[in-house]
Design a protein around this ligand. Sequence first.
Ligand SMILES: Nc1nc2c(ncn2[C@@H]2O[C@H](COP(=O)(O)OP(=O)(O)O)[C@@H](O)[C@H]2O)c(=O)[nH]1
Ligand SMILES: [Mg+2]
Length: 197
Amino acid sequence: MDSAPSELTATRTEVSAPIPLKILVAGGFGVGKTTMVGALSEIPPVSTEQEMTTLSEGVDDVSQVAEKRTTTVAMDFGRITIDESMILYVFGTPGQNRFWFMWDELTVGAVGAVVLIDLRRVDDCFAAIDFFESRRVPFVAAINEFDDTAAFTDAHIRDALVLPADCPVVRLDARNADSCQAALIALVEHALARSER
Ligand SMILES: Nc1nc2c(ncn2[C@@H]2O[C@H](COP(=O)(O)OP(=O)(O)O)[C@@H](O)[C@H]2O)c(=O)[nH]1
Ligand SMILES: [Mg+2]
C-alpha cells in the first residue's frame, strides 16, 4: 500500500527569507546622497544631518549649493524592498574628508556603489571613483541631473571621467524614487554580470 504523504509535507510551504543586499551611495558634497537615500527609503531614513555652522566654512564647499543648510556628519541609511526575494540596504557615504577611514568598513560585504555626479562639479566625484576602482568594487556612474546641468552624451561623460569600459552610466533625479531605483538595479545587474565573468 502506498504511504500517504504526511500532513507535515502536504502543508509545508517554502518560506525563504529575502536576500539582503548592501549598496553604497557615494559622491562629493552636495551631490544629492542624502536626498537619494531619503527618496528611496521605505523607512524614515536614518541620517546624521547637522545644521551647518560657521565651523564648516572652508571645509564644505557651499558655493554651488547655496540652498544647502545641513551637512551629513557621518552617513545616511535607508531600506528598500524590491520584492519578496530582495531587500536593499542603502548607505550614503560620509562626504567630509575626515571620514575617509569609514569607507573601507562600509565597503565590506557591499554589492557595489552608486557614485553620484554633479556635472557642474565633476572633480568632486574622482575621489569616490578612484576608491572603488582601486578596490575592485563594482560601481555605476550616476549623473544627478540638476536643472541647469548641461547636456553631455554618455561618451563625453565616459571620456571625462575615464570610466572603466564596463561601468554603466545612468541618469537620475535624486528626488525621484523611480529614477534612483533604476540606478540601484543597474548596479546590481552590473555587479552580477561582473561576478559571472
Ligand atoms: N534641483 C535638484 N536639486 C537637488 C537634486 N538632488 C539634490 N538636490 C538638492 O541639492 C542639495 C544637496 O543635496 P544633499 O542630498 O544634501 O547632498 P549630499 O551632501 O550629497 O548628501 C539639497 O538642497 C537638495 O535638495 C536634484 O536632482 N535636483
Ligand atoms: Mg548628505
